[in-house]
Design a protein around this ligand. Structure first.
Ligand code: UDP
Length: 327
């Protein structure tokens, strides 16, 4: 079975990608520093503990496993945190990715699947964001991801490295078989924080801003199920292995939900009250991020199966109640 190097394979999205890769007949080799990932989320292939800031460690994993492709998930990914610690984000995300990209080229591996983000588009009012929209990030996280996209384009021109770049919208949900789920410490994402508030693990969910220019005053996001998202990655990998050209794909559903709408769906799915506090805006947040995702559907043959808000919340709720990783 062909090996695929998965950076961040111990994290939320990377671990689900490893499961999808294994189901598709690949061996996922996780490379992860376990700073935000979990050892026992690595269930479908070997784990190599290492850091992308340590180039010899990356070279060693290429030498040992000879991967046919790289899937690069490892990154710091909190918008708010990126505004407080921009240096950390630029060093970790950009320098780490540059090391990885250089090592990929040095190992003569030609296929790279990269997890980028809708945060590279920034705040562009009232347009559906497609892959040709301008990239005008308003936070350091988005800026760091845009820089990595640029590096990949430069490396293709100079060295022929081919890349499929996925710009994710908001990822939610969990493995419906209960093996994997979302678990961050500290948690910053809307759905798991809300589920914590619902079952009393925290007092309330603070809604970050109720004075945005949206119908109910709260931010609008496009939520996509983690399993649908990683299915697209396997299709993107196959795209590259089939010799198709580098390409950017948005991954979202094209439907936006406000924070208040997510709260309401969660109340319905869990049949429990959601305690909320109306708080201030979080610095770096865009008003509205909604994907134009027709390219992934038309060209990759991507067919999201579980990305209704209710299904995402139901899967996340099941994991929340029954799953855990050892900390
Ligand atoms: N959000 C919120 N309260 C929280 C966490 C998030 O109101 O405790 C909002 C946040 O302002 C954004 C949306 O929920 O509009 C999704 O935020 P998240 O951090 O999950 O993802 P992001 O959009 O930053 O990638």
């Amino acid at each position: 079975m062909a090996n695929v190097l998965v950076t961040g394979g111990a994290g939320y999205i990377g671990s689900h990608a490893c499961k999808a890769l294994a189901a598709a007949g690949f061996t996922p080799v996780t490379f992860d520093n376990l700073v935000t990932g979990w050892r026992d989320a690595v269930k479908f292939g070997p784990l190599v503990e290492g850091d992308l800031l340590d180039r010899p460690q990356i070279d060693a994993v290429f030498a040992e496993y000879q991967p046919v492709a790289v899937m690069h998930f490892a990154a710091l990914s909190q918008v708010g945190d990126s505004m407080k610690q921009p240096g950390l984000y630029w060093r970790n995300n950009v320098e780490g990715s540059l090391n990885l990209i250089e090592a990929t080229v040095a190992a003569n591996c030609e296929n790279f699947v990269f997890s980028s983000t809708c945060a590279t588009y920034g705040d562009q009012d009232n347009i559906v964001l497609d892959e040709n929209s301008a990239q005008l990030p308003i936070n350091a996280y988005g800026a760091s991801k845009r820089a990595i996209e640029d590096i990949l384009r430069n490396f293709e021109a100079a060295h022929g490295l081919k890349a499929v770049i996925f710009r994710y919208f908001n990822v939610a949900g969990a493995d419906p078989e209960g093996e994997l789920g979302e678990f961050h410490q500290p948690e910053t994402h809307l759905v798991p924080l809300m589920l914590d508030a619902i079952d009393g693990k925290r007092d309330a969910l603070t809604v970050f801003g109720t004075d945005y220019d949206t119908p109910d005053g709260t931010c609008i996001r496009d939520y996509v199920h983690v399993c649908d998202l990683v299915d697209a990655h396997v299709l993107g990998l196959q795209w590259l292995l089939d010799g198709k050209p580098s390409r950017v794909f948005n991954l979202g559903t094209g439907t936006g939900f406000s924070v208040r709408e997510v709260v309401e769906h969660s109340r319905e799915v869990t049949n429990r009250a959601v305690p909320i506090i109306e708080g201030a805006r979080r610095i770096g947040d865009c008003t509205k991020l909604v994907s134009g995702s027709s390219r992934a559907v038309a060209e990759l043959g991507w067919a999201p199966k579980r990305s209704t808000l209710s299904e995402m919340i139901a899967d996340a709720w099941r994991w929340h109640q029954t799953g855990h990783y050892d900390t």
